[in-house]
Design a protein around this ligand. Structure first.
Ligand code: NAD
Ligand code: ZN
Length: 244
């Protein structure tokens, strides 16, 4: 017990030191970062997919067979995200950008909480809940139009659904950031959804220090340079003392 406590605090010290020396820090985040803001994760036992069918709610087929149901579900998630507040983990990551020369957040989250906490460079690899996109001309709108006023196409949530490609320019920028960073923090993601889950390996191959922050083991844990077992809102403020 004492040994593991000492190991954990030595790991925290080492990560703080690597962050202090880093020129470019990149952070890959997943649903776990927003769990302490009251937004459910997907794959945990009480997560969203334990209660709803991904095929019906997050696929083009599901949308085409019942657009109203899918729109209602996204309107509901958008309302939850807008009511939620960024937590201490989001705030610590926003504070980090002011103490390292370059800081990039790559998020799988669609809730906009990083931006609301003040993070400036956020790459949304799975889109977001705030925007809708025309299925035909790809025009983005933030109103509730069902048909695109420009071309008459069907407006859909601007999120990446099962079977769809990630926005190519955003994902390329994310890969580039992972290739160039000195430290990659991987926080609150089950590291199971590809291609986002490949990013830690891009950073590892390029020689970066990869630090996982997650209360649970993931398939990445054995490969990470270091793993800190704890929650985002608890661990991140300890790694970025400037944030508290
Ligand atoms: P996931 O549900 O697959 O995994 C969540 C991970 O977070 C798990 O490994 C879990 O151990 C960890 N976790 C739980 N509580 C935590 C906490 N307090 N602090 C740190 N870690 C914690 O989520 P994922 O890996 O992001 O899966 C990707 C998909 O989930 C994406 O498509 C994303 O768009 C979507 N998603 C987003 C939101 C959001 O925007 N908030 C919510 C649910 C799902
Ligand atoms: Zn259109």
């Amino acid at each position: 017990m004492t040994t593991s406590h000492n190991d954990a605090s030595a790991t925290m010290d080492l990560v703080r030191q690597r962050l202090a020396e880093a020129h470019h820090v990149c952070i890959l985040t997943g649903a776990g970062v927003s769990a302490e803001s009251g937004i459910a994760t997907f794959r945990d036992p009480d997560g969203i997919w334990a209660r709803f069918s991904p095929q019906e709610l997050a696929s083009m087929d599901g949308f085409m067979s019942n657009p109203d149901r899918v729109r209602d579900w996204y309107a509901h998630r958008k309302a939850i995200a807008e009511t939620a507040q960024p937590n201490a983990g989001h705030r610590a990551l926003a504070a980090l950008q002011d103490v390292v020369p370059e800081c990039t957040i790559v998020t799988q989250n669609v809730d906009r909480l990083h931006q609301r906490a003040g993070s400036r460079r956020v790459l949304e690899v799975h889109g977001n809940l705030i925007e809708n996109r025309c299925n035909d001309c790809s025009k983005i709108r933030t109103d509730d139009e069902i048909m695109c006023p420009d071309c008459g196409g069907l407006m859909r949530p601007n999120v990446v659904w099962f079977g769809e490609n990630l926005p190519a320019d955003v994902f390329q920028a994310a890969e580039e950031a992972c290739r160039r960073c000195d430290v990659l923090l991987v926080v609150g993601t089950s590291a199971e959804v590809y291609p986002a889950a490949s990013l830690p390996y891009v950073a590892l191959r390029a020689g970066a220090t990869v630090v996982e922050v997650n209360p649970n083991q993931t398939s990445l844990t054995p490969h990470a340079t270091m793993a800190i077992h704890g929650t985002s809102a608890d661990v991140l403020p300890q790694l970025v003392p400037e944030s508290v």
